[in-house]
Design a protein around this ligand. Structure first.
Ligand SMILES: Nc1nc2c(c(=O)[nH]1)N[C@H]1C(S)=C(S)[C@@H](COP(=O)(O)OP(=O)(O)OC[C@H]3O[C@@H](n4cnc5c(=O)[nH]c(N)nc54)[C@H](O)[C@@H]3O)O[C@H]1N2
Ligand SMILES: Nc1nc2c(c(=O)[nH]1)N[C@H]1C(S)=C(S)[C@@H](COP(=O)(O)OP(=O)(O)OC[C@H]3O[C@@H](n4cnc5c(=O)[nH]c(N)nc54)[C@H](O)[C@@H]3O)O[C@H]1N2
Ligand SMILES: [Mo]
Length: 759
């Protein structure tokens, strides 16, 4: 254990960056990679979806955690045939994700035949025969599920959904179903558009930035530079989070090119001169954000009644929105008592936030998983929109909504059609271009797919990236679901639990990562991705692939499509996989906003997709942005129950764990901890360091994990936090967000008791 940090980055971030890259990839290779990262013709960093700056870029357009992610992919250690003959699948299934990942890069396609104990090497040709045999003998195409994680490129994603829909199903769940699905659903209903309405310059020009349920210092570190610029031009920050995260409190910019001189840079680092971030930190109770937002809006209405001049933007409300009167009536009916008890905040804190909101001429709200992974996530996000509509804080400079997307291309994958539903224009164009009928039945989302596998309604599980088992809720249930399948297939770069907890048969298909050169079709290919602020850019790897048996995702999909669809083919898959420009031509014709894709993606810095709300155009049925009423459902807890949230440490990328430490929160040595408020520790008769069992109850069913250590932490009272994915066995498969079906990974009711068998 070390001291909890009060700011993010600084000297330690620089040390960590160079340690990670040089130790894992070597000094030269590591430096080459870093200098190439996020440059205009370089590699799009695979660590998060943050947007790159528009103008000139500095030589260091990376952050500590981007460096870790890139180094983790570019490791030189290999998992080869001998590894798989040494360990049976059963033995591998006993290992955790950290161990599996640390074995190195996968190098050969491997097959686990039915009844066998070990994976064996297999040729690519046989791979596609096995997949085709299995898929073509299903009673219906809906018995197969095709998952996507958000690192897949636009080109691969477009081809994948085309294949899956030609095969005959919309079963295209993705990691977004566990991530920002709530944002997409909420925003589409409210403003007719499911993405961010801002660009980087809006953050820098905002007079107020509200950061809710997001930990930027760890999960989007490049955002810190823009927050710092906003602060330097007089902007204020309100942080809403049950944990006082280091990156919300302050920042020391580690990029020398962001300073006027080397001297100021050196002095800032050496003297630890922190740029203070949060002007107001609100330790909201877990799940209390909707109550907080309603309180803030109610306070605004009360202020307006007393103020000689209007506080709300009535012109905007009249011209651009609908539902205002009903919404005001709703706010008036919500009691302060409910607001205060649900949010866990005081009236003064909420009123102060309201004053700051009213004083700011432009406001940006950013949010992430602390908001989306809740039962009432969609309603909460709609209240964020309502708040912005009240003062016209959308579609004007320095103002707007910013769901900060996670995986580096999760947003692009959705734009390219990875979705269990389909946009009508997209559908029409896809059918016309490729002469087939897209199936009507909406596909299974992630949670629905798990249930379907569990119940035997799905027999083949194919994953384009990701680590489904560890990422999904209800680990034991999901494990059974996967084991129920006839065939499970993982297109991955590194070993993970989903590759070793398998269906009756299983395939591991090793693919190229972003850092590697893609020479498919005998020429250097590039791919493209979309950032959280709708910037589409190319990405081109520079390293020699770690093994000659690796294939690109595009190649794997194209070959699979030919093997499975055989003579039903209406797409020239072979030409497309040999020349990605042809895929991009198809994207131009099918995907709205992607016209002339080949040309525009080659421009330095790429291009932006259309963003109607940024121009105050709302593509809802009425053409107006909607005030939508949602009601607070108070979360009732028993006396000895706590609300548990599951969070990421500084040394992990989702299910990929780099080390056992979490520097900013002062944790080292073990991730098996539970963060608790000192008062709760005392009230429950526990002690700092106690080894505990954590039990969740949902719909009368109990789930538990044990052997976790209590850590005293300034977390909001009656709240607790554990790391994802260690805590996933506690989340019931039935516990999902309304409308979006996102697992409620940030809201689990638990009891914490001392472990019987341990001191
Ligand atoms: N280095 C690194 N970068 C990443 C990732 C990674 O694992 N590592 N993952 C990527 C992905 S896929 C994603 S989606 C993003 C995730 O980025 P984040 O959403 O920042 O990640 P989480 O750790 O899940 O953090 C959620 C934050 O919400 C807070 N929180 C929890 N419950 C509540 C609540 O009820 N209300 C409020 N207001 N706050 C709450 C937590 O304290 C925490 O600060 O990051 C992306 N970038
Ligand atoms: N309890 C809890 N559960 C959560 C969350 C939470 O906050 N709490 N967060 C949820 C969120 S936001 C998300 S996005 C999901 C993440 O779910 P996933 O996206 O499924 O999981 P990852 O851990 O990102 O996937 C890592 C694996 O991807 C493979 N991989 C890496 N790079 C590439 C590549 O370039 N191509 C291919 N094909 N494979 C690659 C590697 O083999 C690696 O093992 O987890 C969700 N689960
Ligand atoms: Mo995510």
């Amino acid at each position: 254990m070390s001291k909890r940090k009060q700011y993010a980055a600084g000297l330690q971030a620089i040390f960590s960056t160079f340690k990670e890259t040089t130790l894992k990839t070597g000094l030269l290779r590591g430096t080459r990679l870093l200098l190439n990262l996020n440059q205009k013709d370089g590699i799009d960093c695979n660590a998060c979806a943050w947007t790159d700056p528009e103008g000139d870029r500095t030589f260091a357009e990376f952050c500590e955690n981007g460096a870790k992610a890139i180094a983790d992919e570019a490791v030189r250690r290999k998992v080869d045939e001998s590894f798989f003959s040494r360990y049976s699948v059963e033995e591998l299934a006993e290992k955790d994700d950290k161990w599996l990942n640390s074995q190195g890069r996968l190098t050969k396609p491997m097959f686990l035949a039915e009844g066998e104990s070990h994976y064996k090497p297999i040729s690519w040709e046989t791979v596609f025969r096995i997949i085709a045999d299995e898929l073509n003998q299903l009673a219906t195409p809906d018995e197969a599920v095709f998952y996507t994680s958000g690192r897949t490129s636009n080109e691969a994603a477009f081809l994948y959904q085309l294949f899956v829909r030609q095969f005959g199903t919309n079963n295209l769940p993705d990691c977004s179903n566990m991530c920002h699905e709530s944002s997409s659903v909420a925003l589409t209903e409210s403003i007719g558009f499911g993405k961010a309405t801002i660009r980087l310059e809006d953050i820098e020009n905002a007079e107020l930035i509200i950061i809710m349920g997001q930990n930027p210092g760890t999960n989007a570190p490049r955002m810190m530079t823009h927050l710092k610029r906003a602060k330097e031009s007089g902007g204020k920050i309100i942080a809403v989070n049950p944990l006082p995260e280091a990156g919300l409190m302050g920042f020391i910019d580690p990029n020398p090119q962001h300073y006027a001189s080397f001297k100021t840079y050196a002095l800032t680092l050496l003297r630890s001169k922190v740029t203070k971030f949060a002007d107001l930190y609100l330790p909201v109770r877990i799940g209390g954000d909707m109550a907080f937002l309603k309180g803030l809006m109610k306070a605004l209405l009360e202020m307006e009644k007393k103020s000689p001049t209007p506080i709300l933007d009535h012109d905007f409300i009249n011209e651009k929105t609908e539902g205002f009167q009903d919404f005001v009536a709703h706010l008036e009916s919500v009691s302060w008592e409910d607001i205060l008890s649900s949010s866990g905040l005081s009236l003064e804190q909420i009123q102060q936030a309201a004053r700051m909101y009213a004083e700011a001429r432009s406001v940006v709200t950013c949010w992430a998983m602390g908001i989306t992974q809740h039962k009432q996530a969609v309603g909460t996000i709609q209240d964020i929109v309502n708040l912005h509509l009240l003062r016209g804080n959308i579609g004007k400079p320095g103002a707007g909504l910013c769901p900060v997307r996670g995986h580096s291309n999760v947003q692009g994958d959705r734009t390219m059609g990875i979705w269990t539903k389909i946009n009508p224009i997209f559908r029409q164009r896809l059918e016309r271009e490729f002469h087939f009928k897209v199936p009507d039945r909406p596909g299974y989302t992630t949670v629905e797919a798990i249930r379907a596998m569990y119940e035997g309604r799905v027999k083949v599980f194919f994953a384009l990236g990701g680590n489904f088992l560890s990422a999904a809720p209800d680990t034991k249930y999901t494990e059974k679901a996967l084991r129920n399948c006839n065939l499970t297939v993982q297109v991955i770069t590194k070993l993970n639990r989903t590759a070793v907890v398998t269906g009756k048969k299983a395939l591991i298909l090793p693919c190229l990562g972003r850092t590697e050169k893609d020479l498919t079709g005998g020429k250097e290919q590039f791919v493209s991705t979309e950032s959280t602020m709708l910037n589409v850019q190319m990405s081109k790897g520079i390293l020699e692939p770690i093994s000659e048996d690796l294939r690109s995702e595009v190649w794997i999909i194209g070959k699979m499509a030919q093997a499975v669809l055989k003579n039903k083919v209406t797409v020239d898959w072979e030409r497309m996989i040999n020349d990605y420009d042809l895929i991009r031509e198809a994207i131009s014709k099918v995907v709205p906003g992607c016209e002339n894709y080949n040309h525009r993606v080659r421009q330095k810095g790429g291009f932006y997709l259309p963003n109607p709300p940024r121009e105050r155009i709302f593509l809802t049925d009425s053409g107006r942005a909607k005030f939508i009423v949602n009601y607070i459902e108070p979360i009732k807890c028993e006396k000895d129950e706590l609300l548990l949230t599951t969070i990421r440490a500084h040394d992990q990328f989702n299910t990929t764990i780099y080390s056992e430490s979490d520097r900013y929160r002062g944790i080292s040595g073990s991730r098996r901890v539970i963060f608790m408020n000192p008062k709760d520790i005392e009230r429950l008769g526990l002690k700092e360091g106690s080894k505990v069992k954590i039990t969740s109850t949902f719909n009368g069913e109990e789930r538990s994990v044990e052997g976790f250590r209590v850590v005293k932490y300034p977390i909001a009272e009656r709240c607790a936090a554990m790391y994802f994915p260690e805590a996933n066995p506690l989340i019931s498969i039935e516990s999902v967000a309304e409308k979006s079906l996102c697992p409620t990974s940030k809201l689990v009711k638990v009891k914490v008791t001392t472990c019987q068998d341990l001191s």
